[in-house]
Design a protein around this ligand. Sequence first.
Ligand code: ADP
Ligand code: MG
Length: 371
Amino acid sequence: MASNGPMILCDGLVKIYKVQDLEMVALGGLDLVVERGEFMAIIGPSGSGKSTLMNILGGLDRPSAGKAVVDGQDLLKLSTVALTKYRREKVGFVWQQPSRNLIPYLTVNENVQLPMIVAGLGPKEREDWAQQLLEAVGLWSRRHHALAQLSGGEQQRTAIAVGLANKPVLLLADEPTGEVDTVTAQAIIDTLRTLSEEFGLTVVMVTHDVRASNQVDRVVTIRDGRTSSERVRRLQAGGEDADAPSGEGEPLQDDANGQAGRSISADPAAAFHEYVVLDSAGRLQVPREFLEALGISDRAQIDLTDEGILIRPAMGLSDTTAQAARAAEAAESWARPGRSRDLRLQVAGARRNLRRLLGRGDQADQTKDIT
Ligand code: ADP
Ligand code: MG
C-alpha cells in the first residue's frame, strides 16, 4: 500500500498517557512531515516526547488524536491486526541498547537472518539479503562471530542490520549513539547514512549528540510535545536549495563513489538554515531564551515591519517606559559571556531596538492599550 505522498505526515498529533487519575500530555499537537529518502534527526530536551513519537511511528503505541500517516497508512485507523502487520513490514527499529534487537547466543549472521525466517523468506533469499546488509554495515567479515566477540559499535551495527532485515521503508533510531564513544558514534552515523543512500531508506534518528545532528539533512527540535524549530542543510546556490545565499552555502563533496554526497561542515551554524515551525493555525514557539532575554512573559506586542514580524514586550498605556526599561534590564543581565555568540548577537540587536523604544516612550504612550 505505497503512496506518493511524504513518508511521514503528522498533523496535530496528540498522545496522552493516563497514569492513575492523572493525564500526561506527551505529544500536544505535533506537526511533522518527513519526505521519502530523507535522513533526518529529532532533538529536544528529555521528556519532550521524542520516544513517544518514535513509538507511535513504529506502531508500538497508539496515538490519542490528530493525524499520523506513514507510507500512506493512517495509524489512527489501523486495526490491531493491521498495526501488527504494519510494525513487521514497514518499519525497522534501532534502540539505544543494541541488545534490544539482538539474541546473545546467535552469531551476527544468524541474528540478521532470524527476522527473515519469521517473515517466511527462503534460504537463498535470506542469505543474499543478509550478505547485502552485512556488507552495507561493514560486518560481512565478522558474520560468524558471536555477539560477545563484538565491540559496542559492531553490536549496534549488527542491530541496524537486524532492524533492516524485514526490508522496511522507514528506519527509526532512538538515541542509537547514546551509549558509545565519539569514534563509534561516527561509525554508526556513517552506517545509517550509507544505508539511507544505498537503499533509498528514510531514516528518522532521535539524538542528543550534537555531532550526529550536524550530519543529517534536517534537524527538527521538539519542545513540550510539539515541533518548535528546524534546521535544514544548506546546499550551494545552483543546487537543490534555491534560497541558500550564494557563496555561503556549503560545497557538495564527492564521496568515494564519485557521487555528490552530503558533506560535513566543521561549522554547523554555517551549514544550516534555522527555521521556526508554524502549525496550521499560525502558532509558533518563541525560544525560551529570547523571551527571558526580553522579559516577555504571557503577552507580547507583534508588529509587521519592513524587516519582518517584530515581537517585543507588551507596552501598556501607563507603563510603557517602565516595561521597556525592565525588558532592557533583563536583556542586559541575560546577554552575558558564556551564551552562544549567535544568541548574544541577536540579543544585542534586540537591546538596541529596546533602547530605541525607550527613546520613543512618550509616543508609544498614545497608542492604544493592547494588553
Ligand atoms: P523523550 O524521549 O523526549 O525523553 P518521552 O517521549 O519518553 O520523552 O516522554 C514524554 C513524556 O511522556 C514524559 O513526561 C514521560 O514521563 C511521559 N511518558 C512517556 N511514556 C509514558 C508512559 N508509558 N506512561 C506514562 N507517561 C509516559
Ligand atoms: Mg527518549
